[in-house]
Design a protein around this ligand. Sequence first.
Ligand code: GDP
Ligand code: GDP
Length: 449
Amino acid sequence: MAFKPVVTLVGRPNVGKSTLFNRLTRSRAALVADFAGLTRDRHYGEGRVGDIPFIVVDTGGFEPVAKTGILHHMARQTEQAIAESDVVIFLVDARAGLNAHDQDIASLLRKSGQKVLLCVNKAEGMSHTAAVAEFHELGLGEPHAISASHGDGVMSLIEEALSSFAPQGSSGQALDDQDTPELIDGDKHRIKLAIVGRPNVGKSTLINTLVGENRVIAFDLPGTTRDAIEVEFERDGRQYTLIDTAGLRRRGKVFEAVEKFSVIKTLQAIEACNVVLLMLDAQQEISDQDAHIAGFVVESGRALVVAINKWDNADSERRERIKREFDRKLKFLSFAKVHTISALRGQGVNVVMKSVVAAHSAAFAKLSTPKLTRVLQDAVIQQPPPRKGIFRPKMRYAHQGGQNPPRIIVHGNALDAIANPYRRYLESKFRDAFELAGTPLRIEFKSSH
Ligand code: GDP
Ligand code: GDP
């Protein structure tokens, strides 16, 4: 299985990186508008050209500091992002012209050995030749002239960036739930699990507990850096594929994470799996990094189980504190089961894995139209949707529009008037009726007039 290609945007401040980022990832924003308190990291997003989904990274932190030179101050994260990308889009500014910082960045990119597309932004209203002329000397090939804010040239730029990546096979991973393909049978029963969390929460410890106790069927080494490392194992008669987030290596009988923590690997694993196990550390505060990872999971629509690890080492005050923090900072994860565990001692692991199985079933549940419609009608009788002006929304029936995550489409009249509180009310009714714990649930309204 191949990960999605990673396209990284690099350039000094103000050249238009975030404008281009928003244009490339725009279509995703609407899907997740509904989660209160969701922490989004606007440096990572997902885009799609034709059949090719890709990850976009905006290295916004690339701040040049005049005195000591840009290279010294280049965030380590930016270097890591460049190293982990498949294609770098290097933006410069047609209006500001060539700049010394551009030269510095260019030489760094040439040394990186990565595929780089030089992109001259803000070129609207200029001739191509005039816009790109002075940038040839950066020695990064023929520049592309674009306008990120108007959209000119963006499509052909991204098409060229992705030209060497074939569309992904139908492994059921399509994020775009409009066209989630039917899963092939074998895939339906196998749980693709990604264990994610920031460094030192105990991911490797848990992986070793899981695969150590159980039969390891196969261990796939990647063919290329874009291939996922997968460990197949069997537990309680179930087949699992563990998708690695940190470069697992096998040392004798144990697996070791040999690479440092990588946001991109985490993102890729989230998108390649169908259930995420998010680990938190009971000994630490819940950090922004935890919240960002949680935000990625919600945006991806994956089923989720949360494990708060190192419970063995937390006193009662600590335990109370992390629970309160969880409710405050990660309340958008309320659809997920939360367990307290000790990966080191193997405590709580069985219960977590039961929730993983339940979350997987919920994500792929088949929801019948008659039952959906009955639940809808009962919910409306119990509490009719509020009138908006002279319109009284009228709900007629509901059917399932997709799986992983389940999408429920409600048909009727004047449904544009339905506000979020009522949507959440319906969601909880559907969740209870179909026992949909552990998966996000998307409800859409379609009005006939
Ligand atoms: P970043 O710092 O590299 O992320 O740059 P931004 O995306 O924040 O853009 C910096 C400024 O340039 C903003 O005022 C944008 O509106 C403007 N900008 C971005 N793209 C274009 C473009 O294609 N044409 C013009 N004229 N302005 C642009
Ligand atoms: P990773 O970076 O997320 O893979 O974390 P590791 O699995 O390498 O664990 C980091 C440290 O936490 C190691 O020293 C582990 O022994 C320790 N650790 C992991 N799980 C537990 C646990 O359940 N309880 C305690 N007390 N320590 C743990």
